[in-house]
Design a protein around this ligand. Structure first.
Ligand code: G3P
Ligand code: CA
Length: 241
């Protein structure tokens, strides 16, 4: 069965990477959520996609130039063209604490491919251990050096490199990064590549699949996971297969 991950939470309907979006995703019955991690000026891991707060909040500036106090004053309620209100940027601790009360799998994407947050890999691994979430976290990153480092630091961690370029051999990428899965933009994945991963028992998860025909197509091909902005939609598609 294809697992369904809510991309930045239920971000198609609610403000991305907020507790609201994560809680709404849980209500759909999907298996997991995906979120993005950056680090504040004072060294706190926070859940936000961009390196800057400009797009998703009412503030301005780089996450790395703002303290947690400054970050927490922002309203992170932007959703596409709609403004909700009173949604804060969560810390990774806050999300992990919430995860302790449910059974969701959480795909933590380390956003360390543009800003190089030194020591982020160790910090994330320490938090996973502290919150005892070892068997429910999937770590991923576009930074494949970071993926290799994560494996060196914890060979038992569930780790997946992300890629979006055509021509990448996913099985080779998994092997060279010592990863147990790959996360790819669905546009660059071929059926043949996915089948070679299936034969090697390397799970393939594809992002960001939002349209019903595409969800149905990849689910019918047996993809391990889909990462979608609309988990409730993906649940309906899966139930009707
Ligand atoms: O992990 C898949 C996906 O989240 C990667 O792209 O830009 O949405 O973080 P992005
Ligand atoms: Ca992401």
């Amino acid at each position: 069965m294809t697992q369904i991950f809510a991309h930045r939470g239920s971000s198609g309907m609610y403000p991305e990477n907020t507790m609201r979006a994560f809680k709404e995703a849980e209500k759909t019955g999907c298996e997991g959520i995906e979120l993005d991690v950056q680090r504040t000026k004072d060294g706190v891991l926070v859940v936000i996609h961009d390196e800057f707060v400009n797009r998703t909040t009412n503030g301005r500036g780089a996450v790395a130039s703002l303290t947690l106090k400054e970050i927490k004053e922002l309203d992170a309620s932007y959703n596409k063209k709609t403004w909700f209100s009173h949604n804060r940027i969560p810390t990774l601790d806050e999300v992990f604490q919430w995860l302790q009360g449910n059974q969701l799998i959480c795909n933590v994407e380390l956003k360390n491919n543009k800003v190089r947050y030194r020591g982020m890999e160790e910090e994330v691994l320490q938090k996973i251990a502290a919150f005892k979430l070892d068997d429910r976290i999937i770590l991923s990153s576009f930074n494949h050096q970071s993926i290799i480092l994560l494996h060196e630091l914890d060979p038992t961690a569930s780790i997946a490199p992300i890629y979006s370029k055509k021509g990448v051999n996913p099985l080779l990428l998994a092997t060279t990064t010592h990863a147990c899965a790959v996360h790819a933009n669905y546009r660059v994945m071929t059926q043949a590549q996915m089948e070679s991963c299936q034969r090697a028992k390397v799970p393939v998860r594809l992002y960001t699949i939002n349209q019903e025909p595409l969800l149905e197509q990849w689910m019918n091909m047996g993809v391990s996971g889909v990462i979608t902005d609309f988990p409730e939609r993906a649940m309906v598609v899966r139930n009707n297969l």
